[in-house]
Design a protein around this ligand. Structure first.
Ligand code: ZN
Length: 288
């Protein structure tokens, strides 16, 4: 965070600087390139939170501590050990119970869960790898440039349209005064122009977002993709991988779970970009 205006000159001729109260400082979030990204910072904070919250007394932190959410009531699940004929079986269950609003809590075996999550994580890493490959394909730079030009063109024409509508709107009152329009006509045109202006502004925002997606530099993408690739050779999932890669695991039923991965937004963004590039590529092929 960049903070400016800690001091000010009351008059340009007065050289002495006054210290201003902190409430008057001007703050700019993300003004400097952060030493570590905000996302990484949040991740570290969250991991520290999970580990301290889940083991106040116990020394061991289990593989899924703090990660499992009951799909029925949204509560945190608890680990327990059942002994049967001298063997130990580890389970996770929802401690909420029917009385307190969990009508259909599920009990899952830790070994099943581990296997399932391990497969899902490997699958996700594979997806990211092929997404990365696609996005780094040879014509990437050129397609990006062309897409950027196309989006910038859309923005420009929307802006022209917007300007035109605004000038029509500004002449409305004049036309009402000089009797060219009745009051009803004036109001109805005004409503229409206002709606047009609003939808054009929304369109411009949409194109701008797409443009940002395309221009987003590659190093940024590398950073979160590498975060996953560090685990691509992983044989068995461990606590470190769970914390680094997964945000939460929601247990929906005995054989159905929903994993929210870290960097989920970045992942969806990359998917969208890949989709846009594929479309641009096929349009280009048709054109030539
Ligand atoms: Zn529950």
């Amino acid at each position: 965070m960049l903070v400016q205006g800690k001091q000010s000159t009351p008059h340009f001729k007065l050289k002495a600087l006054e210290n201003k109260p902190s409430s008057e400082w001007v703050r700019y979030e993300n003004a400097h390139e952060a030493i570590i990204s905000k996302h990484d910072f949040d991740l570290v904070q969250r991991i520290r939170g999970i580990d301290t919250r889940t083991s106040p007394k116990e020394k061991t932190v289990y593989l899924f501590s703090g990660m499992l959410i009951c799909g029925c009531c949204g509560g945190r699940m608890t680990r327990k050990i059942n002994r049967y004929k001298g063997k130990e079986y580890v389970y996770y269950f929802c401690p909420t119970g029917k009385k307190h609003g969990c009508s259909n809590g599920v009990m899952v075996k830790e070994s099943d869960l581990t296997e399932c999550v391990q497969t899902a994580v490997k699958g996700h890493i594979d997806n990211i790898a092929s997404l990365d490959l696609l996005l780094s394909s040879i014509s990437h730079e050129r397609i990006n440039r062309e897409l950027a030009r196309e989006y910038a063109g859309h923005i420009k024409s929307c802006e022209k349209q917007l300007e035109k509508t605004e000038s029509y709107k500004s002449k409305l009152y004049e036309n009402l005064v000089n009797g060219m329009l009745t009051k009803e006509e004036f109001l109805s045109y005004k409503r229409k122009y206002n709606a047009d202006i609003e939808s054009m502004q929304a369109a411009i925002n949409g194109w701008n977002e797409k443009l940002t997606d395309v221009l987003e530099n590659r190093s940024e993408r590398n950073r979160w993709i590498n975060h996953f690739m560090k685990f691509s050779q992983m044989e068995e999932i461990d606590r470190k991988a769970v914390l680094q890669l997964i945000r939460s695991i929601r247990i929906l039923s005995k054989d159905e779970l929903q994993i929210e991965f870290n960097y989920q937004d970045e992942y969806f963004k990359a998917q969208r970009l890949a989709e846009q590039m594929k479309q641009a590529q096929s349009a280009e092929r048709k054109a030539s």
